[in-house]
Design a protein around this ligand. Structure first.
Ligand SMILES: [Zn+2]
Ligand SMILES: [Zn+2]
Length: 765
């Protein structure tokens, strides 16, 4: 998939529109995006550049470009404007499906007085002019039919025309609004509305006033009615194609059914839709579009329900699991004919299953039309597309102390015996979760012995104990059984859950993983085929559930358990070899680059501040331990993990990026840090290894990206002669495998499930 449809032509904006000049590959992206928006078939596409190549900037350039083109038409060439208006109407497929009648008025459109007036009214907002005119025309068309249409139709035709809607995870909402302001020069300012929070407007006309509205997937999922019926039909068709063919109704009946469905949908549309669904967007941009990769989820359906003339997906990792991921994008883009599941399967999925080589060739051709992807390694005319400072990756092999070693060996021996027992009984597969738990303990022992002991969490969502008390006892017992140690994996990270919690719908996750999900992205249960709405009060720890069964007063148990928790951690004054190694690195960085008077907030912002470091671990427990040592060493730090509120995260990122005194950011590998820009750091320390090597790459990319002015040093800490050696080897193997399967492209498969062979290797059996 690498470098698919690499465009050679470039486009640019006049000087002074953007605050920073476009890089060459961004000019190419702009040319490609402009040409896609002007094409009659599928106006939009997937910009799938690697993280850090500036997909946001390219998108802002596109918004500005089209805005300027239109203002030019306004004053210079009103004929072009007319034809443009017609084309826009054709591209709006939502509009087309309203009626199957041939367009009698095609080409007969002239600037009527009313259209002229509205154009004049909007002279200061050229972005809106074309939309306004289209709407006027559409209105006229509908007015002609108004006698036969229902009240809901006449209401829907008053949907105001709006500018660009950017949909992104809540964690990057702030970053988008900042970039929309910072990347544009004063004279070409865009009006931007962040549509988020309880106090947001309820008036669609308010949304229509802005050039750009930025919002989250959660809000789209809540405000846009899902397109349920269509997909279910698709689903049936694809599962039993022959049967459905036999039952095929006459064309006439089909048409009638279609019209009826459409009518139903329209009336639903206005009844339960929020402001965001009640405007006609000129352009919708889905950032981190992999959020909709599962086409069955509510959020994916809701995004498809947005009305827009231009549609874009931005994603550095478009394919995460399977070919099906692509279907969801195609459906959103209305990329005919691949936008119905039936034809997607017959034309793409099934051919690949039958004959991988030719199937993928066909897929590449299909993608070429709608997808542009460049990686950091991409070269244009022999030159790399971006000139990042070099990145050095060091593997730091740490030695255990004698005590740590004997603790580790004891644990390893026990695990191997257990593994052999499973193998002898032929139950390795059934015990997959158990085996991963044993591996987890070994991996944690490499970080700090105390992590191995603290297994059952008392974490739970806010108010979950109160909620659990209201549940029938059988339900509580059922839920508790799901949390039984080693019985299941986290549905989000596919690893043994840390601080496991079970949701009201019976799905198990790490507390951090699910907290992250429902506080930032969407409040629906992410388990496959479950879209139960979740709140923090519906997440139960085993501690909370046990309280309900034992009937002990919650306060007594909760306080005693949290006492134990904090005392065991505060007594864990033992500094493990790995933590010591990390502290040594941090100290040497700080000593070599002492804080001087010349370091100010401003110099930090411009990348000239003091040398800083990010430290990653996948366990919040390890971050807790690291904090103790940072405090003892008087190193100022901030923290980011999935259990924190968005506001606190934003504040911590800002402190780290701008406060010269704050030298270290400690971060969870599992926190949603997609898109976060932390180029003030030029050292990255990885405390532990993850199964998926690409998660590590993405972590490093927080610092190694455009804007980084210094060479970046990555230190991966591993302990000699432990399971970590073997994880390293497995990672390499996975990298090779993924590379060969996806043609050199790391956006390919993220298969994280370990095979029995992998497991044997890890246990040295
Ligand atoms: Zn997890
Ligand atoms: Zn669920």
């Amino acid at each position: 998939m690498q470098n698919i449809s690499r465009e050679k032509s470039e486009d640019d904006l006049p000087e002074g529109v953007l605050a920073v000049p476009l890089l060459r590959h961004q000019k190419m992206a702009l040319a490609w995006m402009v040409s896609k928006e002007n094409s009659s078939h599928c106006a939009g596409g997937i910009l799938a550049d690697d993280q850090g190549l500036g997909k946001t900037v390219s998108t802002i350039a596109l918004i500005q470009k089209q805005r300027m083109e239109q203002s030019k038409f306004m004053f210079v060439d009103s004929d072009r404007l007319k034809s443009e208006a017609l084309n826009l109407d054709e591209d709006d497929e939502g509009e087309q499906t309203v009626s199957n009648e041939p367009k009698k008025d095609q080409g007969a459109c002239s600037l009527s007085t009313s259209a002229g007036t509205s154009a004049e009214l909007f002279v200061n907002q050229p972005n809106n002019v074309v939309n306004k005119m289209v709407e006027t025309k559409a209105e006229r068309k509908k007015k002609a039919k108004v006698s036969t249409s229902s009240a809901s139709t006449s209401r829907s035709m008053t949907r105001p025309a709006a500018g660009t809607l950017v949909v992104c995870p809540a964690s990057v909402l702030k970053q988008w609004s900042n970039e929309l302001t910072d990347k544009v020069s004063e004279s070409a300012k865009l009006s931007v509305l962040v549509y988020h929070g309880g106090a947001r407007t309820k008036d669609p006309r308010e949304l229509a006033k802005y050039d750009v509205v930025v919002t989250t997937y959660t809000i789209v999922a809540n405000e846009v009615p899902k397109q349920m019926a269509d997909d279910d039909a698709d689903q049936k068709n694809s599962e039993e194609p022959s049967a459905s063919n036999k039952r095929k109704p006459s064309a006439n009946m089909q048409n009638k059914a279609k019209k009826k469905k459409k009518k139903l949908k329209d009336s639903n549309f206005d009844l339960d839709s929020g402001p965001i669904a009640r405007v006609r967007w000129f352009r919708v941009v889905l950032d981190e579009a992999q959020t909709i990769k599962n086409f069955r989820t509510v959020v994916a359906r809701a995004c498809c329900g947005l009305r827009a003339k231009r549609r874009w997906c931005l994603s550095g990792t478009p394919i995460q699991n399977a070919i099906d991921d692509l279907f969801s994008y195609f459906r959103f883009l209305k990329y005919d004919p691949y936008c119905t599941y039936n034809s997607f399967c017959t034309m793409i999925k099934h051919p690949i299953a039958r004959d991988a080589i030719n199937g993928y060739k066909k897929l590449q051709a299909v993608l070429k039309v709608v997808l542009l992807r460049r990686t950091k390694e991409t070269v244009i005319n022999g030159k790399p597309i971006i000139n990042l400072p070099p990145k050095t990756i060091n593997l730091n092999k740490v030695d255990f102390t004698q005590e740590e070693r004997s603790f580790y060996l004891m644990l390893e021996e026990r695990s191997r015996q257990q593994f052999k027992a499973f193998a002898a009984a032929g139950t390795l597969k059934q015990n997959y979760a158990n085996i991963l738990l044993m591996l987890l303990r070994l991996r944690q022992a490499c970080d700090h012995p105390i992590l191995v002991k603290g297994n059952q969490s008392e974490y739970g969502g806010d108010g979950s104990i109160e909620m659990a008390k209201k549940l029938p006892k059988e339900v509580v017992i059922d839920l508790l059984a799901k949390l039984e140690v080693g019985s299941t994996l986290c549905g989000l990270c596919n690893d043994t859950p840390e601080d496991a919690i079970v949701t009201i719908c019976g799905h198990v996750f790490c507390y951090q993983c699910i907290h992250e999900r429902i506080t930032t992205d969407e409040n629906m249960c992410p388990a496959p085929n479950c879209s139960r709405t979740l709140g923090l009060e519906l997440l139960f720890s085993s501690g909370a559930l046990k309280i309900c069964i034992s009937g002990k007063s919650s306060s007594a148990v909760a306080s005693s358990s949290s006492d134990n928790e904090s005392s065991s951690i505060s007594q864990s004054s033992f500094v493990s070899s790995k933590i010591q190694a990390a502290i040594d690195i941090l100290n040497s960085i700080i000593v070599m680059d002492p804080l001087t008077e010349s370091y100010t907030m401003e110099s930090s912002r411009s990348g000239l501040g003091p040398v800083k470091a990010i430290v990653f671990s996948q366990w919040t427990g390890m971050l807790d331990l690291l904090e103790l040592s940072l405090n003892i060493n008087c190193i100022q730090y901030r923290r980011l993990d999935g259990t924190m509120s968005l506001n606190l995260r934003e504040k911590n990122v800002k402190d780290f990026n701008t406060d010269p005194e704050v030298r270290v950011m400690i971060m969870s590998l599992k926190a949603g840090n997609l898109g976060l820009n932390m180029v003030s750091a030029c050292h990255v320390i990885l405390l532990d290894l993850w199964w998926n090597p690409y998660a590590e790459d993405q972590a490093v990319d927080r610092a190694h990206r455009i804007g980084q002015t210094r060479p970046v040093t990555v230190s991966r800490l591993t302990v000699k002669d432990t399971v970590e050696d073997r994880i390293l080897a497995l990672q390499e193997e996975k990298r090779t495998m993924v590379n060969s399967a996806f043609g050199d492209d790391k956006a390919g498969g993220h298969a994280t499930r370990l095979t029995v062979e992998d497991l044997r290797y890890l246990f040295r059996i």
